[in-house]
Write a protein that binds this ligand. Structure first.
Ligand SMILES: Nc1ncnc2c1ncn2[C@@H]1O[C@H](COP(=O)(O)OP(=O)(O)OP(=O)(O)O)[C@@H](O)[C@H]1O
Length: 321
């Protein structure tokens, strides 16, 4: 599994990097990446998102809060004492945010989300005893705690995310999130670190990452670069792709040249053949004439204008024909 290091958030003012090709390609899709942070309730999604948002400048979108505030539900679960969110209503509410990009979407469910809206999925995991304690502190009823702990044991959120994004190139990272150290470790690694922004195609470090700087309201350059690399390849990938294209082009032009040469040569030889036929025809006719002239003697030395000779030639022709 790729570590969080492979997806480091590097922030940089957009103006300084807008000229880079990778960024331009990435911007064509959406200005900033969307990350889905999912996991069983209590694994620490909100805590992680808040910390990540403050470091990366991405916007923390807490979907469960949105559901409560905007009443994006039509049903209520009496047993678990919670709302059953309405997928369509939530989708509609999220659409403008996700279109704009730069969201850290925090929600336990992922099956109803559009796979094209996300660039990375992080599934947080917690040890069952840790999760139990956290939920107990929330004074959840026993049945609700049990249900959530069971969901964590059966890795329901991970399975759901894997199913939702299985047909895509979106990476799904499973991160343990039991302790402060776990979180600190993940966030610590999220510091600018160009050597970790390897291209997913060729493992090269994208050229545009040589001088990353941090700004609180910056853009996740490295995330973008990883995304761009995943989709298009890094500059060296592009170069090798271009070289491959060039080689293919050269081969095609060679084949075309050979074909054209063949056509030209065959046209030339056909003309040559026709001319030779014409020439040979004329030659045989003149030889015939010479033969005829030699077999018919002119009595008056008047050549072709001699009537008896003409009569002789006609006769001979007739006899020959
Ligand atoms: N890495 C961590 N180490 C220690 N405690 C943590 C960690 N992450 C979260 N917690 C604690 O666990 C509790 C639950 O965290 P949090 O509310 O972030 O979970 P959640 O997954 O967002 O839950 P929900 O889906 O219900 O909103 C909080 O009291 C928080 O302080």
């Amino acid at each position: 599994m790729p570590s969080f290091l492979d997806f480091v958030l590097v922030t940089d003012p957009i103006a300084s990097i807008a000229s880079s090709l990778a960024i331009e390609q990435m911007c064509a899709k959406r200005q900033r990446p969307n990350l889905l942070i999912t996991g069983t309730p209590g694994v620490g999604k909100t805590t992680f998102c808040e910390a990540l948002a403050s470091r990366s400048g991405l916007q923390h979108v807490e979907v469960s809060k949105l559901v409560r505030e905007k009443r994006l539900y039509r049903e209520w679960d009496d047993e678990l004492d919670c709302s059953i969110f309405d997928e369509e209503m939530v989708q509609d509410a999220l659409e403008p945010l996700l279109e704009r990009g730069g969201c850290l979407l925090d929600f336990h469910s992922s099956s109803f989300l559009d796979e094209n809206d996300f660039d990375l999925v992080i599934v947080l995991r917690a040890d069952t005893s840790v999760l139990y304690d956290r939920l107990e502190k929330r004074h959840y009823p026993e049945s609700k705690i049990k249900q959530n702990v069971e969901a964590e044991i059966f890795q329901s959120c991970l399975d759901e995310a894997q199913e939702a994004f299985e047909e895509t190139t979106v990476s799904i990272w499973e991160l343990q999130h039991d302790t402060e150290e776990h979180m600190e470790d993940a966030l610590e690694r999220a510091q600018p670190s160009p050597q970790h922004a390897n291209c997913l195609h060729c493992s090269a470090i994208p050229d545009t990452l040589d001088t990353p700087t941090v700004s609180t309201e910056g853009v996740c350059v490295k995330v973008h670069l990883v995304i761009a690399s995943r989709q298009e390849g890094c500059t060296s990938c592009q170069k090798s792709k271009w070289q491959k294209h060039r080689a293919l082009q050269e081969k095609l032009s060679l084949i075309l040249f050979c074909l054209l040469s063949c056509v030209c040569v065959s046209v030339f030889f056909s003309f040559l053949f026709c001319f030779s036929l014409l020439f040979l025809g004329k030659l045989t006719r003149s030889i015939n004439e010479c033969v005829l002239l030699s077999s018919c003697r002119c009595p008056c030395q008047a050549g072709r204008h001699c009537r008896p000779l003409a009569a002789c030639l006609n006769r001979t022709n007739h006899i020959k024909g």
